[in-house]
Write a protein that binds this ligand. Structure first.
Ligand SMILES: Nc1ncnc2c1ncn2[C@@H]1O[C@H](COP(=O)(O)OP(=O)(O)OP(=O)(O)O)[C@@H](O)[C@H]1O
Ligand SMILES: [Mg+2]
Length: 266
């Protein structure tokens, strides 16, 4: 009913990984380009991406995976890395398509090295994106350092990108040998005032909007309240569309944004 009221063909502000809504903010584009460069050109090993809650890290990881899939790469995402070091390697093996995963650590490690060497011979680059990396245990972080040592005479066998909330930095700093291996660090900043407005307009357009739905002042208010965090913008905007439709409004005024945000306790 909400979509119909506003003449939309799909929900414009769902917090889903739907990449058709991708908005290339300066930050997003820069992060994306640097990650891609580090993986495909420098082939450095370890990239660190941090960002506040809801800033778009998971979305960035998904976009990157989609892009990498098209070339001679094997990208995978580990989304819940609350794992012991052995479990971590087992999951990687699983993601690489290994069917028979050994039980004990030594064999698991051997199997990983063989698999990676085999893929390397086939000229396939393996890229692991570890999301929510701030929850990795110290044990798993140390293991990651060892995994990064796997290499041929010419190149690394495994490229890793760790994405996480800002406290991830402190965690990495506690493992100096890992810290030293980070060759690109990137912090995903929230959207700027101008970008927040383009972000909203972009999403509405992708969802099929033909007319302006938010008053200009509402876009400003949305930025002030959300501080440019995409997930917060989505939540407020989606609710505002609902209120606007139930109240039969032509356009959404700023006081609707404010009351919706208050209801959401933002
Ligand atoms: N560049 C973008 N283009 C379009 N939508 C985006 C973009 N960045 C973020 N979003 C939207 O914001 C939502 C929240 O982003 P995401 O889940 O990636 O945040 P996060 O940084 O991973 O948060 P958390 O720290 O809670 O894991 C996404 O589901 C997506 O809908
Ligand atoms: Mg996330």
């Amino acid at each position: 009913m909400v979509n119909e009221y506003w003449g939309l063909s799909k929900k414009p502000f769902s917090n889903t990984p739907d990449l058709s809504f991708l908005y290339n903010s300066d930050e997003f584009e820069e992060g994306y380009a640097r990650l891609l460069y580090n993986i495909t050109e420098i082939r450095g090993g370890l990239t660190l991406v941090t960002g506040e809650i809801g800033s778009g890290k998971t979305y960035l990881a998904n976009a990157l995976k989609e892009n990498l899939k098209r070339q001679n790469n094997l990208p995978f995402i580990i989304r819940n890395p609350k794992l012991s070091s052995t479990q971590l390697i087992k999951i990687i093996l699983q993601k690489l398509g290994v069917e028979e995963i050994p039980r004990f650590k030594l064999k698991v490690l051997n199997s990983l090295e063989e698999t990676l060497l085999d893929l390397n011979r086939k000229n396939i680059t393996v890229i692991g994106l570890i999301d929510e990396a701030q929850i990795l245990s110290l044990d798993a972080l140390r293991e990651i350092r060892l995994l990064l040592n796997l290499e041929t005479a010419e190149e690394k066998l495994l490229h890793l990108v760790l994405l996480g909330q800002p406290e991830l930095k402190n965690k990495i700093d506690k493992v100096p040998q890992l810290k030293q291996r980070v060759n690109v660090r990137f912090h995903l900043e929230p959207l700027s005032r101008k970008e927040s407005q383009s972000y909203i307009k972009h999403r509405l357009k992708v969802a099929g909007a033909k007319n302006e739905i938010f008053e200009q002042k509402s876009l400003e208010t949305l930025y002030t309240i959300s501080k440019g965090i995409p997930r917060v913008i989505n939540n407020i905007a989606q609710n505002a569309l609902f209120v606007g439709a139930t109240e039969n409004l032509q356009k959404i005024p700023p006081d609707v944004i404010e009351s919706v945000a208050a209801d959401l306790e933002i």
